[in-house]
Design a binder for this molecule. Structure first.
Ligand SMILES: NC(=O)c1ccc[n+]([C@@H]2O[C@H](COP(=O)([O-])OP(=O)(O)OC[C@H]3O[C@@H](n4cnc5c(N)ncnc54)[C@H](OP(=O)(O)O)[C@@H]3O)[C@@H](O)[C@H]2O)c1
Length: 308
């Protein structure tokens, strides 16, 4: 039997998305026969970039969507592992996917669309405007249906907030002034998207991660705002003027801000004031870089080099 025939067959839902595309590439790179559930509108425009790159990567494209149950069931029946990467606002649309996994009864691992912060740990649940509730509902459903699963908590993707060095409203890093929220010493975590995908794929045949949460805390990627400012100053060889925003002022700014800026400020408050990424202990058997030390990942410093 060929090696490929013995590897888990993986279905990625949300494969035309940013994280989903990385998951497909990581799964193929690890030697898994990989299937991508792609919505019909992409087949109508076969020249579009996500569609072309999935086809070029040699993923098997399956036409279907979360709204089309027969297509979902047919896709799920072909695989051992399902990874979903739909955005949080569509998280509840995973309900039929859970139903299809239950009915197909062949899936040994489901990795739902988490890929953020562990919402059972956050201290800001009273101010998240229902952001985490949808994911929590899916988590409860997975567990009540006894679906074998792994939750992946990567904290912030580097594409979120890091391009501006956590300066809301900017789309590039600051060159003159740097806003520090709260005391500036509470640490948050950033992980590059393709690294999240690599760690995720490592879990799928790993008995240590079954029915567990995988946390990503790469040692080179845990930074406070004071440290981030210092690192950036070293790279651009310039001292920046620090603007200190107290917790009280940040809460007022959150109250006054329109969406989506309000959510950015809430996530900054959660990570860099309340410490929601790092305040709790995790043991080595649930941290990605300790479980899979051979996975090479992009550090925050390397990422900032690309912005200088
Ligand atoms: N931690 C962080 O900082 C952070 C930041 C952003 C996202 N995330 C997480 O990353 C994950 C993916 O987010 P993303 O930003 O990569 O998503 P994205 O680029 O917006 O892509 C979303 C994907 O979901 C697909 N999709 C949406 N509704 C669907 C449906 N009903 N049926 C089938 N497919 C559907 C889209 O298909 P179409 O191409 O057909 O529209 C697309 O492939 C989510 O779990 C999100 O929470 C984390």
């Amino acid at each position: 039997m060929s090696e490929e025939a013995t590897r888990s067959r993986v279905l990625v839902v949300g494969a035309t998305g940013r994280l989903g595309g990385s998951l497909v590439r990581a799964s193929l790179a690890a030697g898994h026969p990989t299937f991508a559930l792609v919505r019909p509108h992409h087949f109508a425009l076969p020249d579009n970039i996500p569609f072309k790159s999935l086809a070029a990567a040699a993923a098997t494209l399956l036409k279907g969507s979360l709204e089309d149950y027969p297509s979902l069931l047919q896709a799920v029946r072909q695989v051992d592992v399902v990874i979903c990467a739909v955005p949080t606002k569509h998280a509840l649309e995973q309900k039929p996917l859970v139903r299809a996994i239950k009915e197909a009864a062949c899936v040994k691992r489901f990795i739902p669309a988490e890929f953020g912060v562990d919402h059972t740990k956050i201290k800001i649940s009273d101010m998240d405007h229902g952001f985490y509730e949808k994911k929590a509902e899916i988590r409860r459903l997975i567990e009540s249906e006894d679906i074998p699963h792994t939750y992946v908590y990567c904290n912030f993707l580097m594409r979120y907030l890091l391009p501006s060095l956590v300066q809301p409203g900017l789309d590039a890093p600051p060159r003159d002034e740097f806003m520090i929220f709260g005391g500036g010493n509470t640490k948050g975590i950033f992980v590059e998207e393709s690294d999240v995908a690599k760690f995720t794929v490592c879990t799928i045949e790993d008995p240590r991660t079954i029915n567990k949460s995988l946390y990503l805390r790469p040692p080179g990627n845990v930074y406070s705002l004071n440290e981030l400012a210092g690192l950036w100053e070293t790279k651009i060889k310039k001292r920046l003027k620090k603007i200190h925003i107290t917790e009280e002022q940040l809460l007022k700014n959150i109250h006054d801000a329109p969406f989506p800026l309000k959510m950015d400020l809430i996530f900054i408050y959660s990570a860099f004031v309340k410490g929601d990424h790092t305040y709790f202990e995790i043991d080595s058997i649930t941290e990605g870089t300790q479980l899979y030390p051979r996975v090479k990942y992009t550090t925050v410093s390397e990422y900032l080099d690309t912005l200088v």
